[in-house]
Design a protein around this ligand. Structure first.
Ligand code: A2P
Length: 280
């Protein structure tokens, strides 16, 4: 048995597969073959974004898989340049058209982009999409405690998830705590630190002792913390490995060792300052 059938319940009642495939930085033609391989390997959760410019390729793979729409959990995200009051409905429709789906399972605000001061309007738009039954769940990405604090002050619906960068060297404990305290599920992006987490000697030692790979150790650590993970790989062998997480358990000591590796080493952009439009 692999971990691909594990699900986590979101606050609106929707179930999200705990392990998905991320396709950040995968070009559209590559996304078609990568997502096809992932679906063939049993992945049922694909995470993309309008800003990744690969929704068309993801959509082709979904269609070619022959799977029913309700068998695959599909997430995409609103670009910074599409933020504002009344703009998300059209951006959402465009995303669905590129993916060739009627609806998404989860639609996220990609970045708070505080310099623009528009994410609040976009949240109201996403709430409208949810209320209209056009999307199954809505959430945010890269939201820091101050953004969540402000959101709960006016929101009609709380985000189902907060998708943030989390890996052993960058654990974002404040953002994780601010999310989970409000029943918002944490989705870890770059769960392997874009590969950088795999070289840590402490992780290598645990992997050797458990007879698994460093990537499996890191992903299992996330699962035992209750997080959703979207590891990225273009290799079918690694896809299978990254889902093979049920044959071992990390001990409380293993967990504490990995918890102790936080060095504040971010690999992605800083949500406080990231404000490019993301529209090409
Ligand atoms: P590749 O695509 O060549 O497999 P993250 O998900 O944190 O962004 O990490 C993605 C990076 O980690 C990619 O460079 C990917 O390389 C690598 N990677 C993903 N899974 C594995 C694995 N099981 N073993 C080694 N490297 C991996």
């Amino acid at each position: 048995m692999n971990a691909l059938t594990r699900t986590v319940a979101l606050n609106g009642g929707v179930e999200i597969p705990q392990v998905g495939l991320g396709v950040f930085q995968v070009p559209s033609d590559g996304a078609r073959s990568v997502v096809s391989a992932a679906l063939a390997a049993g992945y049922r959760h694909i995470d993309t974004a309008a800003a990744y410019a690969n929704e068309v390729g993801v959509g082709e793979a979904l269609r070619e898989s022959g799977l029913r729409r309700d068998e695959v959990f599909v997430t995409s995200k609103l670009r910074n340049g599409d933020q504002g009051r009344g703009t998300a409905a059209a951006a959402y429709a465009d995303t669905c058209e590129r993916l060739a789906v009627e609806h998404l399972d989860l639609y996220l605000i990609h970045w708070p982009n505080p310099a623009a001061g528009l994410w609040q309007d976009s949240w109201r738009d996403l709430e409208d999409l949810l209320d209209a039954g056009r999307v199954r769940a809505i959430g945010v990405s890269n939201f820091l405690p101050e953004h969540l604090e402000e959101l709960v002050g006016f929101a009609r619906h709380l985000p189902a998830v907060n998708q943030i960068e989390v890996h052993p060297a960058f654990q974002q404990r404040e953002a994780v705590a601010a999310s989970t305290a409000r029943g918002i599920v944490v989705e870890a992006y770059s769960p392997l630190g874009q590969g950088s987490a795999l070289a840590a000697s402490a992780i290598g030692e645990i992997a050797e002792a458990r007879g698994v790979s460093p990537a499996q150790v890191v992903l299992r650590w996330h699962l035992q913390h209750g997080r959703v993970v979207i590891p990225k790989t273009t290799s079918p062998e690694r896809m299978a490995q990254n889902a093979d997480l049920e044959g071992f358990v990390l001990s409380p000591k293993d967990m504490a060792v990995i918890d102790g590796l936080d060095s504040g080493a971010r690999t992605g952009n800083d949500p406080r300052s990231f404000s490019i439009s993301q529209i090409r």
